[in-house]
Each structure stands twice: as structure tokens, then as C-alpha cells.
Design a protein around this ligand. Structure first.
Ligand code: SAM
Length: 245
């Protein structure tokens, strides 16, 4: 059950410095006292939200134990990467692993850019990320939910794709991989049928190291490899919004 999950009222209400302390700014902006517009419970003069110097740009949705996160983090050390995971114990595992890796790599400063939060990503994604904030979203081996009556439980749908479109910058990419062909076809149909996305061609994918990392470094990708299964990859580009008529 996810009834005990809490969500920030808006992206600005998240205290990201708890997740990326190395990127915290030393002087959080002062907030005027007694200003009813800014004095929300999460954002008041006594307890200002600590700011960070950059925003999360990469999200791994349903990150599991974080294999992809920890492979990507040292490849893009100045980009903030966030896993979102619904299982409490798995989220804690990823958070603890990030802390341990930061200590282990203190001299190089690696892994300061990776963290994980517990969230049901089928709800309130725009509460965490502002419009156009993300450059990459990964959907790796999402739970397939075969039965027709469970289609609503799929992580790709017309409605959710509009949320991915909202949080992605124009030119940003959604990376998907699954070993379930039926789900792969469903994913392709729903992104290709969405006005904000186009499929990225095979030739272009060959030069994208995120694709190889996603195939090789996800826990599920490794499992499928061991079992000799197939992996279906599809990547979609966020298009520019058309001008208003
Ligand atoms: N992405 C990882 C990988 O490729 O190895 C894990 C894949 S695992 C099959 C699917 C993960 O998605 C699980 O860890 C599950 O708890 C998580 N998950 C399922 N539904 C979710 C939701 N609505 N929000 C966030 N995480 C979810």
C-alpha cells in the first residue's frame, strides 16, 4: 500500500539538499517574515528550505536496487540523478548505498550526484519536478501487468506520458527497456501516438551510451542476460511544443 506516502506540494517545497548535500548552497535565500504568500508550512522564515545549486535532470522510475543509478553517476558527475522507488526497504537500500559510496570515494567526490526517494511514480510526478526540468527519464523493466483489466496499472499510458512530457525538456529523452515483447509494443504504441514524442531511430541509439548502460547495468538486464532472454529497447524524444495558433 502507498497510503503512507507523502508528496511535496510543489517542486520548490522539496528539500533537495538532504539528498545532495554536496550541492547545497551555503546561503539559503532569506525569506521575508510575515509574508503570507511565502509562509507555507514547508517554507517559512524559521525553517527555510535549503537550496541546491542545480536541479535533478535524470530520473530513473522504479529504480529497484539502483544498478543503473550507480553506473550512470560517475559517468555524469555534475548531473543530479534521482531514483524513484515505491518499496520502502529498497529505497533505503539505495540511499544507504549512495552514502557508503560517497564515503568510499570522498577523495574524488564521486556519487554525490545520486540519490533515491520513495514515491509512487504513477501519482504526482509533477509535484517533484518542474515543467521541462528533466533531460532523461529511464523506465527500465517496469512491472508488466499483463491482464487487460490491469492496463491502468501500467507505467506507460496516454495520461502518464503527458506527465513525462510535462517534466521533460524539449529534446529530452525517455529510455525504455523490457523483456516482455507485449509491453514493449504497448510502450512504443503509446509514445509514438503521443503528440509530444517521437521515436529515436536505431542509428542514433548506437551513439548513445545510456542505451548500453541501461542494457548492461540494470539488475533486471543482468538477470535477463543470465537467462539468455531478449531485451527490447525503445527511446523517445520530447518534441518542442507547437506555437500557439
Ligand atoms: N529498474 C530496475 C531494473 O531495471 O533492474 C528494477 C526493475 S523491477 C522489475 C520494477 C521496480 O519498479 C520494482 O523495484 C518496483 O518496486 C518498482 N515500482 C513498481 N511500481 C512502481 C511505482 N508505481 N512507483 C515507483 N516504483 C514502482
Amino acid at each position: 500500500s502507498d497510503h503512507d506516502l507523502t508528496y511535496p506540494a510543489s517542486p520548490a517545497a522539496m528539500d533537495w539538499s538532504l539528498h545532495y548535500p554536496a550541492f547545497a548552497t551555503t546561503n539559503p535565500p532569506s525569506i521575508p517574515k510575515n509574508d503570507p504568500k511565502t509562509a507555507t508550512p514547508n517554507h517559512d522564515a524559521q525553517n527555510p528550505i535549503q537550496q541546491i545549486s542545480k536541479q535533478v535532470q535524470v530520473a530513473d522510475i522504479g529504480c529497484g536496487f539502483g544498478g543503473l543509478l550507480f553506473a550512470l553517476a560517475p559517468k555524469m558527475p555534475s548531473t543530479l540523478i534521482l531514483g524513484l522507488e515505491i518499496r520502502t526497504s529498497v529505497t533505503e537500500f539505495v540511499q544507504e548505498k549512495a552514502k557508503a559510496l560517497r564515503i568510499q570515494h570522498a577523495s574524488s567526490g564521486l556519487y554525490q550526484n545520486v540519490s533515491c526517494i520513495r514515491a509512487n511514480t504513477m501519482k504526482f510526478l509533477p509535484n517533484f519536478f518542474a515543467k521541462g526540468q528533466l533531460s532523461k527519464i529511464f523506465l527500465c523493466f517496469p512491472d508488466p501487468h499483463f491482464k487487460a483489466r490491469k492496463h491502468k496499472a501500467r507505467i506507460v499510458s496516454a495520461t502518464l506520458n503527458s506527465e513525462y512530457a510535462f517534466v521533460l525538456a524539449a529534446g529530452g529523452r525517455v529510455y525504455t527497456i523490457t523483456d516482455v515483447e507485449d509491453l514493449h509494443l504497448w510502450i512504443a504504441e503509446h509514445f509514438e501516438g503521443h503528440a509530444s514524442f517521437e521515436r529515436v531511430g536505431e542509428e542514433e541509439l548506437e551513439g548513445d551510451e545510456c542505451v548500453e548502460t541501461m542494457r548492461r547495468e540494470t539488475e533486471e538486464g543482468k538477470k535477463v542476460e543470465r537467462n539468455g532472454g531478449r531485451k527490447f529497447v525503445a527511446v523517445f524524444r520530447r518534441l518542442e511544443d507547437p506555437p500557439w495558433p
